[in-house]
Design a protein around this ligand. Structure first.
Ligand SMILES: [Zn+2]
Ligand SMILES: [Zn+2]
Length: 146
């Protein structure tokens, strides 16, 4: 839940304007700089993780941060700009701690890639895992020796 005092502070910080430095529109919507997937903690709703954007820069425009509409494109520069801003605004005591969830997420991604590789390997080797195939080869090799 975003605290009302944080909404006020956000309006003050941005002077009511869209926080995209390339934009002069009024700020209309609150954007979470780090998304739930990237930052799954209660303090996601804290001021440092919030940005005020206009509707166009947020999701409606041709070049927006979410680009959910067909025919629109993501604006990766705005995303990086806001993340740099959030990292600066983030209280010091949080900076080192929040690396852990990111590392856990990376480990999960690597694990999923590994699992996919194993699955495609098994599909090509009668459902056998690489270690099983290696074991069988070794056994056969020994048999041929004797
Ligand atoms: Zn958003
Ligand atoms: Zn804007």
């Amino acid at each position: 839940m975003i605290k009302p005092e944080d909404i006020q502070a956000l309006a003050k910080r941005s002077r009511g304007k869209c926080e995209n430095p390339e934009c002069n529109n009024q700020g209309q919507e609150i954007h979470h700089i780090y998304s739930k997937q990237q930052y799954n903690r209660a303090d996601r709703d804290e001021l440092w993780n919030l940005a005020l954007l206009c509707i166009d820069c947020h999701k409606e425009g041709k070049y927006s941060i979410h680009a959910r509409k067909p025919g629109t494109r993501k604006n990766p520069f705005l995303d990086i700009y806001l993340k740099t801003l959030a990292d600066k605004l983030k209280p010091k005591e949080l900076r080192s701690k929040d690396k852990a969830p990111i590392l856990i997420r990376l480990a999960k991604i690597r694990h999923n890639i590994y699992k996919q590789k194993i699955d495609s390997y098994r599909a090509m080797h009668n459902g056998l895992t690489p270690s099983k195939v290696a074991y069988r080869k070794q056994k056969e090799y020994k048999k041929n020796l004797s």
